[in-house]
Design a protein around this ligand. Structure first.
Ligand code: DC
Length: 230
């Protein structure tokens, strides 16, 4: 394995990146990296320390010194700031919105480059986010860009929240997805876009299983005998 033996998955909120990246990592026996969790942890720290959506320059400077870590506990990747497990605190609507705003600041993005590259230095990784294939791991041998129309993504996210027993309102979920699409795609710094080498999959009319089958087929083509499916 070398660092190019890696799969990147980029796409907008609710496109199924997390589930698919996790499933693919399990299928290949590789590690999984959720880079959105790093932006969310920075946003949580910012919120708790009195910073707001417009304070990205200051937050970026401070974030350089944050000790962010992933710890695998019982097969689940948990996010820590120093010794504090913040996994349960970073999935709120407030943190979704703040992380999207702060992630537009070049200083915030720069503060997270080295941790992401360190976690990917040995390859054998499925990394998901917004700029994995374009900026963080341009050398990845296989890149995907997942999309689906906003209404479909909102329905899926809403359904997932309900299944997890969390309160959810479809209209609010759609509004959040549209706002984050705008923020994440229109920002100057590493905007959400498909790398020219990425395999683009529009999953609007595809099931999770169908998308996964396409991805595994591509992985087998690229990595061939380098891996066997579990
Ligand atoms: O994937 P997510 O919804 O957990 O990400 C939260 C926010 O973090 C997202 O709205 C934009 C930002 N983000 C980013 O800018 N770049 C990444 N690689 C991952 C996330």
């Amino acid at each position: 394995m070398n660092k190019e033996d890696m799969i990147t998955i980029d796409g907008p909120a609710g496109s199924g990146k997390s589930t698919l990246a996790k499933n693919l990592a399990v299928a290949l026996g590789w590690n999984y990296l959720d880079t959105g969790a790093l932006y969310r942890a920075v946003a949580l720290w910012a919120l708790e320390n009195g910073y707001a959506a417009g304070d990205g320059d200051k937050v970026g400077e401070m974030a350089e010194k944050l000790e962010l870590r992933f710890v695998n506990l019982s097969g689940e990747n948990r996010v820590f700031i120093s010794d504090r497990d913040v996994t349960g605190l970073i999935r709120t609507a407030e943190i979704s919105s703040l992380s999207s705003s702060l992630s537009a600041y070049p200083k915030v993005r720069a503060s997270l480059v080295s941790i992401q590259r360190r976690l990917g230095q040995y390859g054998a990784l499925v990394a998901e986010g917004r700029d994995m294939g374009t900026v963080i791991f341009p050398w990845a041998k296989l890149k995907f860009f997942l999309s689906a129309d906003p209404a479909t993504r909102a329905r899926r996210r809403h359904h997932q929240m309900i299944m997890e027993g969390q309160p959810s309102n479809l209209e609010n979920v759609l509004a959040d997805i549209l706002a984050r699409d705008r923020n994440d795609s229109l920002r100057q710094a590493s905007p959400l876009k498909a790398d020219p080498m990425a395999v683009v999959i529009d999953s609007t009319n595809l099931s999770l299983f169908e998308v996964e089958t396409i991805m595994i087929g591509q992985a087998q083509k690229i990595f061939g005998s380098n891996f066997s499916l579990n």
